[in-house]
Design a binder for this molecule. Structure first.
Ligand SMILES: NC(=O)c1ccc[n+]([C@@H]2O[C@H](COP(=O)([O-])OP(=O)(O)OC[C@H]3O[C@@H](n4cnc5c(N)ncnc54)[C@H](O)[C@@H]3O)[C@@H](O)[C@H]2O)c1
Ligand SMILES: O=C(O)C(=O)C[C@@H](O)[C@H](O)[C@H](O)COP(=O)(O)O
Ligand SMILES: [Zn+2]
Length: 361
């Protein structure tokens, strides 16, 4: 079946394609471009075997390849890891025409994009996401960055990639729990913009939770299309892009509380239930729509609850959310399916009441 090409444009930078399909990895050398002499391939060390054919293909195409393994998962999103990679680029004499390729889950693509954004103030980045989450969300849109002790993604840059290859064959080895975590961002795209996504998952939640599920390709394409449309309209998050943060204000606080050892998608699932409860308590949506969140997320195996005693720590962590303006917290909420809105400065009572619904056994 021919690959689908979803274009991300309107960002001020050159438009680029997100290629979705089976066996599309062969397009990598073409995306790196003719100007590059050296290519740094950043990948989690645990995925060295998966990255090896990409390294070999780039070498065959005539590039000088620097394979740069990084720690697995969220441990890669550290300034010290980025600094180590910049040291390698420096030693290799990496110039402005050279390119960084990021292969892996969202943690690896966020890191690789950030390293590319900062090296010589910006070199070409090409991303090959290998998790469902990175295909539908992290590798698309140009948000790059690392975590700090104070919070999630607090240091970063907007640096759109030159291309994104979503080879669905790469998902075959992804552990089920990571596949399911990726579904949280797919569900998010459904609630904020594309109700057909919700229908597809509700019709076959077991299938959605598997890499060989019937609707996998359509789910990926639809979620990428949502992200591409939003990012094309507002790369730097001055307005519309904030909707992609649905579920993330509480989600990021949960990740920080768990010292980043909790899957991002799982945290976002809990965060979406919180945002839905907030929407209901603010009089925006009926209880049935909150119930739809819980039922759908639970059906695919995502968490929807978090302990009551975590509230003070979560409340404090939410202060550094990027949507906050001064001391004013702002949340993405819903006025209905595919009707996202911003709730500004909710009272502490309202926030706590919404959290009580999340922590209820
Ligand atoms: N930049 C953005 O717009 C954006 C959007 C969403 C999420 N994110 C970020 O993405 C990160 C989460 O990404 P994630 O869910 O992909 O997690 P991850 O990158 O931590 O990967 C999850 C696990 O899967 C393993 N893995 C990856 N591909 C595999 C494969 N094909 N086979 C076997 N194992 C594989 C990884 O090594 C890791 O252990 C978070 O840091 C989050 O903040 C960024
Ligand atoms: O691309 C965006 O914009 C998003 O908000 C997508 C989120 O899924 C993603 O987790 C993002 O990294 C969160 O961004 P942040 O600015 O809140 O750190
Ligand atoms: Zn996210």
């Amino acid at each position: 079946m021919t690959p689908t090409r979803i274009t991300v444009g309107g960002t001020g930078a050159a438009p680029y394609d997100v290629v979705v399909g089976h066996g599309v990895s062969g397009e990598l050398a073409g995306l790196v471009g003719e100007r590059a002499r050296q290519v740094a391939v950043v990948h989690p060390e645990s995925l060295a075997e998966l990255a090896a054919p990409f390294v070999a293909a780039l070498e065959k195409a005539g590039y000088l390849v620097l394979a740069l393994p990084v720690p697995d998962g969220e441990a890669a999103k550290e300034l010290a890891v980025a600094a180590g990679l910049w040291a390698e680029l420096g030693k290799a004499g990496f110039t402005r025409t050279d390119a960084v390729v990021g292969i892996g889950g969202g943690a690896a693509t966020d890191l690789a994009g950030f390293v590319a954004a900062c090296w010589l103030r910006g070199v070409r980045a090409v991303l090959v996401p290998t998790t469902l989450l990175a295909m539908v969300d992290a590798a698309v849109g140009g948000k790059t960055g690392v975590n700090t002790a104070e919070g999630k993604n607090l240091v970063g840059a907007f640096h759109p990639p030159a291309g994104v290859l979503c080879d669905l064959d790469l998902l075959a080895t992804l552990p089920r729990a990571d596949h399911v975590a990726g579904l949280a961002e797919v569900v998010k795209a459904g609630f904020i913009a594309d109700p057909a996504i919700l229908g597809l998952i509700e019709a076959d939640p077991q299938g959605a939770a598997r890499a060989d599920g019937t609707h996998l390709r359509e789910l990926v394409e639809r979620a990428v299309a949502v992200k591409a449309e939003v990012v094309s309209a507002d790369l730097r998050e001055s307005g519309r892009r904030e909707i992609l943060n649905y579920g993330h204000t509480l989600g990021h606080a949960v990740e920080r509380r768990e010292r980043y050892r909790f899957r991002h998608g799982d945290a976002v699932a809990i965060g979406m239930v919180f945002a839905a409860e907030l929407s209901r308590l603010d009089g925006r949506i009926p209880a049935e729509l909150v119930g739809r969140h819980r039922e759908l997320l639970t059906a695919v195996g995502l968490p929807t609850r978090y302990p009551a005693d975590a509230w003070p720590e979560l409340r404090a962590a939410m202060r550094v959310d990027k949507k906050a303006r001064g001391a004013t917290l702002r949340f993405v909420v819903l006025d209905g399916v595919a009707r996202p809105a911003i709730l500004t400065a909710p009272s502490d009572e309202l926030l706590h009441a919404a959290y009580e619904e999340v922590s209820r056994a």
